[in-house]
Design a binder for this molecule. Structure first.
Ligand code: ADP
Length: 339
């Protein structure tokens, strides 16, 4: 279906490009023919030489013969000109056809890629939403069929349902945020770097406290940055939440900043479980989670936090990067360009 749409679109675009190329070529050829034919005729008819001499010698018979020859030469020259122009136009039609197809494919490629990413995203999102919903439904059906279900069991089930619903709400909010980041332009304003860092740390203080972890700040920049504050705070919260989730109890997490002439970096470092090198390039992909059995032991999640953080920095013209080794902790850097 999708293949068909893009195939038809590239054929239509190819025809359109070709019509434009051929129209220009034909108009040019007609103009060229008109001018060249006139010039040829004038050149042949007005050339000095035998005709002039014959007029002077008044040899009527010879004059007629030569005039006829001139007429023939004009006809032959015109025919040759026509044939050449037709040949050139056939070449332009063939070359232009190929060029038009290449140009059409090139024009449509980014649109096709965007469409593909959108379809993949929709499919992944509905899969992620369907899995917990089906699990919840099955759990509820089993409980309904269980005649020996006690009030305590029922309450336990309701509690687990509420937990699942909370996670689903989180997921749908994340998906909404991703869609908004894709479509909207962000409202930027100048904010203190320390304010962004403190807001994010404040948001995760409780989770860190639950695991008796300490979040330290070092060398926080005293200047400002021009960003969309809520989304940057959210990105930093994601990095901190991950550092908390993927580090053991009583671990130390640090936030530092670094300013150069061209960029302002916010760096989050933990000494947690780390990320295997082979999968580091995938962790920013939507719905990607490193080995779910490893993750399940330590944390729940849908694998969209880092992809949202990446979209946020990229919408500011910045980058996100990671340095990590399995078992040796991770360092994430949000790098924002400085104007
Ligand atoms: P999730 O909801 O699974 O945490 P993310 O997109 O935030 O989704 O992260 C993707 C994956 O990257 C996680 O599943 C986890 O395996 C890995 N990861 C992210 N941050 C860290 C970290 N600080 N330490 C170890 N692994 C991490």
């Amino acid at each position: 279906m999708k293949q068909n749409i893009f195939h038809n679109a590239s054929l239509k675009l190819t025809s359109l490009y070709l019509i434009i190329i051929m129209s220009i070529s034909l108009i040019f050829s007609l103009g060229f023919y008109q001018v060249s034919a006139n010039e040829l005729e004038r050149g042949i008819r007005h050339q000095p030489g035998p005709v002039g001499q014959i007029i002077r010698t008044r040899n009527a018979e010879l004059l007629n013969e030569l005039l006829n020859e001139q007429e023939d030469a004009v006809v032959v020259a015109r025919a040759r000109l026509q044939a050449n122009l037709i040949l050139i136009n056939i070449f332009i039609l063939l070359g232009g056809g190929m060029l038009s197809y290449v140009l059409a494919r090139r024009t449509l490629k980014p649109i096709e890629e965007m469409h593909e990413a959108q379809s993949r995203f929709t499919a992944d999102a509905s899969h992620e939403l369907r899995t917990p919903i089906s699990a919840m439904r099955l759990e509820n059906e089993l409980a309904l069929d269980d005649d020996s279900l006690t009030v305590k069991d029922a309450k336990e089930l309701l509690r687990s349902n509420i937990e699942e619903l909370d996670k689903l709400t989180q997921l749908s909010e994340g998906l909404l945020q991703l869609a908004q980041l894709d479509n909207d332009s962000l409202e930027m304003k100048s904010v203190k770097v320390s304010s962004v860092v403190n807001q994010a740390i404040g948001r995760v203080a409780k989770e860190a406290g639950n695991k008796k972890q300490a979040i330290s700040t070092k060398k926080i920049d005293t200047g400002t940055m021009t960003v969309n504050e809520p989304s940057v705070v959210e990105a930093l919260v994601t990095l901190l939440e991950n550092a908390i989730k993927y580090s053991p109890e009583k671990a130390e997490i640090s936030v530092t900043t670094k300013r150069s002439k061209t960029a302002l970096d916010i760096v989050v470092k933990d000494n947690g479980i780390g990320i295997p090198e082979a999968v580091q390039e995938h962790i920013f992909d939507r719905f990607y989670r490193v080995d779910s059995s490893r993750n399940k032991q330590v944390a729940d999640g849908y694998g969209i936090g880092l992809s949202i953080a990446k979209s946020v920095v990229e919408s500011h013209g910045g980058t996100i990067s990671v340095k990590s080794a399995e078992g040796a902790g991770s360092t994430f850097t949000l790098s924002f360009p400085v104007k």
